[in-house]
Design a protein around this ligand. Sequence first.
Ligand code: FMN
Length: 330
Amino acid sequence: MDRRLCVAPMMDRTDRHCRYFHRLLAPHALLYTEMVTAAAIRYGDRERLLAFDPAERPLALQLGGGEPRDLAFAARIGEDFGYDEINLNCGCPSPRVRKGAFGACLMAEPARVADCVAAMRAATSLPVTVKCRIGIDHRDDYGFFAEFVDAVAAAGCEVFVVHARKAWLTGLSPRENREVPPLRHEVPRRLKRQRPDLVIVANGGIRTVAEVRDHLRAVDGVMLGREAYGNPWRLAELDRALFGAGPPTDRREVVEAMAAYAARAADRGVPLKAIGRHMLGLFNGLPGARAWRRSLGEGMVRAGARPDLLREAAACVREDTPAPAASTLC
Ligand SMILES: Cc1cc2nc3c(=O)[nH]c(=O)nc-3n(C[C@H](O)[C@H](O)[C@H](O)COP(=O)(O)O)c2cc1C
């Protein structure tokens, strides 16, 4: 599987509608679901939690959990649904997740993570991968990180997505934990040098084509979260820079395809806002971007909002040329 360009798992963001949109922009990217807990898969509405459009593939299912048996069960269900990879979340620092004894606090228990990986691998033929931090709390030396990776790799995990900052498990909110601890991309790079047999995907603060090219000289892939979500056209630029032809060249093509998707979704009772909310940043940087955001943002929440609203809002954007530099505006 090509992992040079990945879009990060993001709760309340990368749902199936968001992923369909991202797939149109980046035909070659590996997409990730939001984290779904193993318990939700065991007891919840699986169709609602796991169903997706085949166009979203290649697609990784990210699981949250810390019990080998539950995770193995969830991984098997994920395979049945048609996912291409099962990823275990060892990086989320939220207190709710910590209470359930999974997410980033699992980094303190490499043997448990190894058991989880082994159980998932026994239950599915899909690649089982791990997304982690570079440390937790005061345990942020390279040795701690390398021991975690070695133990998990020994259980058969060959791919590590590394959010290159540590997590503070107490005192910081999840949001602060994505901003406050400094980024240390030298850590995943060192890991790649020391374990060239492993596939290392760097994550954290990556935004531009130039940054991505720089990372790809040192690691196997990059994963973008907030930049991909907030400025989705970046995905088309990155996909073209890395893979050549394939991504759309005009944002209106994407609007047209999303309007058709929204019409099909409406037949299943999906309201327009569930789809449009992921598209607000599409025209960032172009004249009229604000008008697009306003007319889509205000229109999509009205009762009975129709897919045509996407086309109408796009008409606010005059042309696909960059916004003039601030100095020429005044
Ligand atoms: C709103 C939001 C939700 C997130 N949810 C998850 C999640 O479900 N699983 C996970 O592993 N990381 C989650 N993350 C972390 C991202 O996957 C990523 O590691 C982090 O944002 C750093 O990458 P970035 O600087 O490119 O955004 C989330 C991040 C954001 C902003």
